[in-house]
Design a protein around this ligand. Structure first.
Ligand SMILES: Cc1cc2nc3c(=O)[nH]c(=O)nc-3n(C[C@H](O)[C@H](O)[C@H](O)COP(=O)(O)OP(=O)(O)OC[C@H]3O[C@@H](n4cnc5c(N)ncnc54)[C@H](O)[C@@H]3O)c2cc1C
Length: 272
């Protein structure tokens, strides 16, 4: 809700209205901010900045429930690991990026992350069982179009699984209790913040960093709408679970309200 250039509250999808006594803080993706707040309120420069926004390298995520942890082959024998990264050579990385840019799925020598959080935190699964996640860096924009992910995602998951299984002593379909596959398209469907499959708001290229994030000249968490603040992965310093965009935004917001993080923390009112 914007009245006379000032954010006065929020209307949710079910029609509920929430008045803002001091400010509105948005963490939604800036592309959706445009749809919600409107071009007229954001102004041409901000809107042009949103139009230039580029997604980051997109991820393919396959989640598994396992009856035992994968044991990776090492020179010291096989062992379970919370985190494993698979990158055979710089040539593999160059091939991955070339295929990514062309919208091709090159799975012969994939760059992979494999995570088994239950190795360090057994509370994440029933006793003795494990959660396992495979991350591939694959394009949202397939040459056949993003919808093609619905056709190929199970096969892609199988190929990634086989690549990682070859590095282990025991990973095979025999220890898989269940799986849930999220293609870059699924990630966007699940959470609009994963715009075009981008899981970190957008690329952290020089033209989308610092002064330019989210939009040139608006890196201070304020927006052209007075009382509307923007935080989250689209703002500095970008995506990942760092808490930093929120911390920085809170600092600016409190300054505008005549206070500061230090003062509020000292007063024990940070949570309020
Ligand atoms: C598969 C995957 C693996 C990742 N791995 C890591 C990792 O290992 N380490 C790491 O640090 N980061 C990781 N990330 C990135 C990290 O999750 C994000 O960068 C981070 O969560 C972004 O925080 P955010 O608050 O901006 O957005 P989000 O955490 O996405 O929160 C936005 C929230 O707003 C809701 N929302 C969005 N749009 C609307 C709307 N229009 N109306 C109402 N609600 C809306 C969403 O449902 C969501 O709940 C990963 C992300 C993915 C997808």
């Amino acid at each position: 809700m914007v009245e006379k250039g000032r954010a006065t509250g929020v209307v949710t999808a079910d029609g509920s209205r929430y008045g803002a006594t001091k400010a509105v803080v948005s963490s939604i993706h800036i592309h959706h901010l445009l749809d919600i707040v409107g071009e007229a309120n954001l102004g041409p420069d901000y809107v042009a900045g949103i139009a230039r926004w580029k997604p980051s390298v997109t991820m393919f995520a396959a989640h598994y429930a396992l009856s035992e942890p994968p044991r990776f082959k090492t020179e010291a024998g096989s062992m379970a690991s919370v985190t494993m990264g698979g990158l055979e050579s710089l040539a593999s990385l160059a091939r991955m990026l070339a295929a990514f840019r062309a919208g091709r799925l090159d799975l012969d020598d994939p760059v992979i992350l494999a995570l088994t959080p239950t190795v360090i935190d057994p509370s994440r699964a029933p006793a003795g069982k494990h959660t396992f996640k495979l991350i591939g860096f694959l394009p949202y924009e397939l040459a056949e179009g993003p919808q093609h992910w619905d056709v190929v995602k199970d096969e892609v998951a199988d190929r990634l699984f086989e690549s990682v299984a070859a590095l282990t002593a025991n990973l095979s379909p025999a220890i898989v209790l269940g799986r849930a596959i999220s293609s870059p398209l699924d990630l966007e469907r699940r959470n609009p913040a994963n715009w075009r499959g981008s899981c970190h708001g957008g690329a952290s290229t020089p033209d989308q960093s610092g002064w330019f994030r989210p939009v040139e000249g608006w890196s201070n968490y304020r927006t052209p709408v007075s009382g509307l603040y923007q935080t989250g992965a689209c703002t500095h310093p970008g995506g990942s679970v760092s808490g930093l965009p929120g911390r920085n935004c809170a600092s600016v917001l409190l300054a505008d309200l005549g206070s500061s993080l230090v003062r509020e923390e000292a007063a024990g009112s940070a949570s309020r």
